[in-house]
Design a protein around this ligand. Sequence first.
Ligand SMILES: Nc1ncnc2c1ncn2[C@@H]1O[C@H](COP(=O)(O)OP(=O)(O)O)[C@@H](O)[C@H]1O
Ligand code: SF4
Ligand SMILES: [Mg+2]
Length: 379
Amino acid sequence: MTAPDRPLLRVEDLQVHFPIKRGVFFDRTVGHVRAVDGVSLSIDRGTTYGLVGESGCGKSTLGRAVLRLVEPTAGRVEFDGTDVAALGGETLRRMRRRMQMVFQDPLGSLDPRQDVESLLSEPLRAHGLGGGKAGIAARIRELLDAVGLPAAALRRYPHEFSGGQRQRIGIARAIALEPDLLIADEPVSALDVSVQAQVVNLLEEIQERLGLTYLVIAHDLAVVRHISDVVGVMYLGSLVEQAPSDVLYDEPLHPYTRALMSAVPVPDPVVEERRERILLAGDLPSPADPPSGCRFHTRCPWRQETRCADEAPVLRELAPGHLVSCHWAEEIRDGVLRPRSPEEALHATAPSAEGPRPVEEDDGIFLGRDRPVPRQEQA
Ligand SMILES: Nc1ncnc2c1ncn2[C@@H]1O[C@H](COP(=O)(O)OP(=O)(O)O)[C@@H](O)[C@H]1O
Ligand code: SF4
Ligand SMILES: [Mg+2]
C-alpha cells in the first residue's frame, strides 16, 4: 500500500485496562477497569472520524492511548505506518508533534499565567520552530488569523476571553506545530449551543485549509454529525456500530445507536411531534464488571432469550462500510423484532404480548448518568 492510500491512523484491537488497587498502600490489584476493551478503527488522511458514546464509555482513554498519554494494555496503534509503541525519546517527541489534542475545557488546559503570545510561542520554541523572534511573531499572527482572533488578543490572558474564544486559542495552539492529526476531545461540550456551531465550523475550515485528519470525540451525536465522514459508536469500551456519517444517521442498526439517535431532536416540528423515543432501562454498567455476552443486553429493548446474554457479538459488516455488533441486527433492521419498554427490558426475558409501551408526554431518554432530557429543553 503506498503512503497516500494508507490510513493515517490505524488502531487494532486496542485495550486499556486500569488496575483497581486496594489495601493500605494500594498494593493489591483487586480488578481492572476495562476502559477500552478491544477497539479497532482506521482514519484516512484528510477525513474526520467521529467517536460518540455516553460519558464513561472510554472515548477519552482511547484518544489518550493513541497519543500514548496512557500506555495501552494490548493492541496496536499505527500512525502513518509506524507502530507508536515502538517509539521512544526523540522519535516519540517528533511523532507527538504530528498529533495534537484539543481539549474540552480550554481554561483547564491553558496556563492562566501565560498571555496568548506566550501560549502560542511556547510550542514553537520547544520544537525549535518559527525561525527566530521575527519568524515566531509572524507565525503567531498567522495562527490568530486562522482561528479568527484579532492581533490585540496577544497581550491578553485566557480568563479575559469567552469560552468560544478560548477554544479558538486552544485550536491555534494545537495547529501551531502543523500536525497531521488532531484529536478533539469534546471540543464544544463546554460551550453555549450558539457558539458550538461556530467552533465546529472553524474546525472544518481549518481542516480544509491545512488538509488535517481529525478524530472528534463527543457524547453528543448532533455535534459530530456534519463534521464526520465516518462515525463510530462506543458502548462500555467497545465499538458497537460504525458507518459513513449519512448512513449511520439515516439507518442506525444497533439498538444502542437507535436509542441515542432517538434522543436527538428534529428541527421539523411535525416530525419532532411524532418522534418516537427509545428509552433505555437501567444505568450504564461498570466497565470493571461488564455484563456477559452482549454488553448492552442489560439495557437493550430488543434483547432476545437466546444468544444476547451469553454470546459476545462480533462487529460485522452488514453493508459496505457499515459495521454492527449485534446478533439480531438483520431482524431489527427488517422490523421482524420489535423493541420493548424499559420496564419489560429490565424485568422480562421474553418479549411482551402487550407490545411497546406508549411514549408519555414527559418522557425523556435516560442514558447512564446523564439526567433525562425533558421535552421542552430538547427543542
Ligand atoms: N486514569 C484512570 N484510572 C482509572 N480509571 C480510569 C482512568 N481514566 C479513566 N478511567 C475510567 O475509565 C472509564 C472510561 O473513562 P473515559 O475514557 O474518560 O470515558 P469517556 O471519555 O467516554 O467519558 C471510566 O470508567 C473511567 O472512570
Ligand atoms: S445482541 Fe441482543 S442485547 Fe445485544 S444489541 Fe443485539 S439484540 Fe440487543
Ligand atoms: Mg471523555
